[in-house]
Design a binder for this molecule. Sequence first.
Ligand code: ADP
Ligand code: MG
Length: 452
Amino acid sequence: MQDLTSLWESVLNKLELNVSNVSFVMWFKPLKVVDFVDGKKLIIASNSTSAKNQIMRNYFDKLSKSVEDVFGENIEISILDQNEELEYIKQNGDKTKEKEVEVTKNPFNAKYTFDNFVVGKSNQFVYAAARAIAEHPGEKFNPLFIYGGVGLGKTHLLHAIGNFLKESNPNLNVLYVTCEQFANDYIESLGSAPSSKSKAVLQFRTKYRNLDVLMVDDIQFISKKTSTQEEFFYTFNELYQNNKQIVITSDRPPRDIETLTDRLRSRFTSGLIQDIQSPDLETKIAILRKKCQIEKYSIDDEAIYTIAENVNSNIRELEGMLSKVYFLASLSNKHTATKEDVMEAIDSQIEEDKNEGLTTDDIIDAVCKYFDITRADIVGKKKSKEVVEPRMIAIYLIIEILEIPLISVGKIFGGRDHSTIGHSRDKIADQIKTSHKTQTFISEIKKMLKGG
Ligand code: ADP
Ligand code: MG
């Protein structure tokens, strides 16, 4: 059991690493935790409606991710403004003082089930294989090796197998780990003090070698470190020989994982290797419909079609776009989202993607060009006014646009320390509020960066 306020502090600590300093101070720091209801709904209060909207629009993913890391999966997040907060406390009392929270991370994500997995041409075989394994673990394909690009449903399928088995066969010992967790687990057992070392390793082995089903996600991250691979090799053999099911995923087939030792590669190749491909248009539409049904989103057909046509890369992005569209529609109090909302969401995505493509060099080059100075000057030690202001502007823009930590920015600017960098950033942030000249500099350089 932990108290709610300290859990919320851990969420903020995680967020602080993931957003720029300015955004953290402006949007996140003022947030307060209000309540945590039934172990699944987290209620937060913000001190202004604009902060609430900013977070919902631009940072919701980051917020959810940090909440998930601390509170577990499938937590619904609700942000209240001041009035809503007062109303809430009036009705429910102030919970933050006494509330103790039990955080039990359910190993399998309840949303990732076979029922919620839409089957189409791109994934029908892998679905069939995963299903067969869930129904007859250890008897069909062993190991099952699933590979395919990011966001195409590999993790979803592993959790679906887990959820299915938990339901149908609660006594089975089923474990899902990422490749990284396996490695950390092992290394930690080795790292124990010498006297307890063999005991820790023994515990590790008891945990992994007595499983009925072992699922390892993202095996491409297996390190070259031979001891970890060796341990995995023995774990694999032990389970395999006892007809225990092994399922592995990767972003590429075994032959393309360079770090893999030959003997593990040949083990992986001995079962069924099945790829998962990008969804076609029909499957994308079906996935969007399913998701709307699950989330109770109301979106018209034309809007769904437009999303499916415009998002090509992967299903996670498809879902991201859908949430954005729904959020935009709800801002204008529309009951049903339309194509108009999709177009707006796509535009704002394009803006974001543009920023993502930018590098520190692009920003430095643009600033140099704008002020007609050299790169050597801007990152160097000169203290004349002609270079000091452009330098501070470049620092400000790099931090604001790319959200890079102050220390790293300091390295780019000739090893300046982080407080100097922070000072430059703050100075420009202040000037923007009062000086028309600074505003113009910033907006014109931003225009240059956008290719305008
Ligand atoms: P991967 O592990 O391959 O990177 P994930 O399993 O995390 O991808 O899937 C990304 C998102 O897309 C998840 O939210 C998942 O539920 C969803 N998704 C992927 N494939 C499907 C599908 N066939 N039907 C419904 N949702 C899907
Ligand atoms: Mg995954």
